[in-house]
Design a protein around this ligand. Structure first.
Ligand SMILES: Nc1nc2c(ncn2[C@@H]2O[C@H](COP(=O)(O)OP(=O)(O)OP(=O)(O)O)[C@@H](O)[C@H]2O)c(=O)[nH]1
Ligand SMILES: [Mg+2]
Length: 439
């Protein structure tokens, strides 16, 4: 039996309005016992009413909505009280609902109920969390595309194909006289189609990662070329210390920036050189580590000097994609191969660099309006692929159909874990543990 839960749905602090939500079978009874309305309770109407303490004094007044299940967010009877957004008064409203019989909701419990009641699948529930967490246009667009069911349909397709396949094989095992055993060609054709669909979903994971969590860009180069100045220019504030002395930045420094709607984690690093100072050497180790982890490396060089031997040595140490930025273009411009000239001190050339960076990061990626998987989905789908591979290997080895269905069932479970269709508690706990209370 479900309990009735309550929580403050709006962020803590002071605001015009705060919303307290109550959801569960007793929501209306609890609300009736402590809210005074002018008229009768009508579903889906905004009522003006007063929330009364047990001694009849008014705690707060505001709008009250009664949303009967299943047509509510959670799919259960829900009451929302929209009162004044003060820290004290909102806490009192919540207390009153608890006193009247509601339980305090756990983090993500409203959305968890929405999933269990079939209002959302797990990918959509995660998208709710992503939308709340989104800090850029791409993050929000990606979350909305998944919330709208962008992963629901392709996952359903894969699941249904797998179920059909398992059903055919099991029918052949259970009723060998009535059902024709599927031919190997048919079996391999079916598995190949499913594998292609799963691979297509897995291929979206880089886009999902970048749009949700941003791309990491490391700014590296010799000391004193202007890496920290460039970081500050891109961030539009003086985040890093800049001095005329080589070796100013000692440690890596990461800061998020919104690159025309794309979240980017910029990492300023210590200038790379042969250093005697042990502290500086540790910093340089970190520069190299940042370079190895970055999705894109920006090699900053002094454009007035050109590409020195030290610059090319650093360039040769970059394993992934990179671009060269010729800084100090105001002082002069020597030959640098294919540079994006930037003058970090004043910001001249900055829009060009930003456009180039953004283009390099999203090249080959689908737009954020197309749904993409997250790391959890990826882990499940990779597991599904392994199970499918095993089924194919078992078929090639001429094993009995029984053995194949074990692998296919495991693949089905893995795909179902993505959308939460199996409602495994551990999967639900993992997803909703990251939510805030009241959502
Ligand atoms: N003229 C000119 N000077 C610049 C430009 N960008 C940076 N500088 C100067 O170059 C010096 C070094 O700048 P930083 O940003 O500290 O250089 P860095 O690469 O971070 O240096 P380290 O932290 O020592 O590795 C400072 O005196 C800056 O004012 C530029 O575009 N033009
Ligand atoms: Mg620096």
């Amino acid at each position: 039996m479900w309990t009735t839960i309550a929580a403050i749905a709006t962020p803590p602090g002071v605001g015009g309005v705060a919303i307290v939500r109550v959801s569960g079978p007793e929501a209306l009874a609890i609300a009736r016992s402590c809210v005074r309305l002018r008229g009768d309770w009508q579903p889906r109407h905004a009522h003006f009413g007063q929330l009364l303490a047990s001694d009849g004094t008014v705690v707060d007044e505001g709008l009250i909505l009664w949303l009967p299940g299943p047509g509510s967010y959670t799919g259960e009877d829900t009451v929302e009280f929209q009162g004044h957004g003060g820290a004290y008064v909102t806490a009192r409203v919540l207390d009153r609902f608890i006193e009247a019989g509601a339980d305090l909701a756990l983090a993500g419990e409203f959305t968890r109920r929405a999933v269990i009641n079939g209002k959302l699948d797990l990918t959509q529930a995660e998208a709710v969390g992503d939308l709340i967490a989104a800090r850029t246009a791409a993050g929000a667009q990606q979350a909305m595309s998944v919330l709208a069911g962008g992963l629901t349909a392709p996952l359903k397709q894969v699941r249904e194909s797998l179920m059909t396949l398992v059903a055919h094989l099991e029918a052949g095992i259970d009723f060998p006289d009535e059902v024709e055993t599927p031919s190997p060609d048919w079996f391999h054709g079916q598995v190949a189609t499913i594998v292609t669909a799963v691979r297509a979903l897995i291929a979206t994971s880089t886009a999902g990662q970048i749009y949700r969590h941003g791309a990491t860009v490391a700014l590296v180069g010799r000391p004193n070329v202007g890496k920290s100045s460039l970081l500050n220019a891109l961030l539009r504030h003086e985040r890093a210390i800049v001095t005329p002395y080589a070796g100013t930045t000692r440690d890596t420094l990461a800061e998020a920036c919104d690159l025309d709607g794309l979240l980017v984690q910029l990492v300023d690093t210590a200038g790379i050189r042969e250093a005697d100072d042990p502290v500086e050497r540790l910093g340089i180790d970190r520069s190299r580590a940042a370079m190895a982890e970055a999705m894109l490396t920006v090699l900053v060089v002094d454009g007035s000097v050109g590409l020195t031997g030290e610059d090319t040595a650093i360039r040769d140490g970059i394993a992934g994609p990179y671009l060269i930025v010729a800084n100090k273009a105001d002082v002069g411009s020597a030959m640098v191969p294919d540079p994006v000239p930037v003058w970090a001190l004043t910001g001249d050339g900055l829009p060009g660099l930003e456009a180039t960076l953004r283009a390099r990061l999203v090249t080959g990626l689908a737009p954020p309006t197309l749904a993409a998987i997250n790391a959890r989905h990826r882990a499940c789908l990779v597991r599904a692929l392994e199970n499918l591979d095993q089924a194919v290997a078992a078929a090639h080895a001429g094993l009995h159909l029984d053995c194949l269905t074990i692998d296919l069932r495991a693949a089905l479970q893995a795909v179902s874990d993505v959308s939460g269709d199996s409602f495994s508690e551990s999967v639900l706990d993992e997803v909703f543990g990251r939510f805030c209370v009241g959502k």
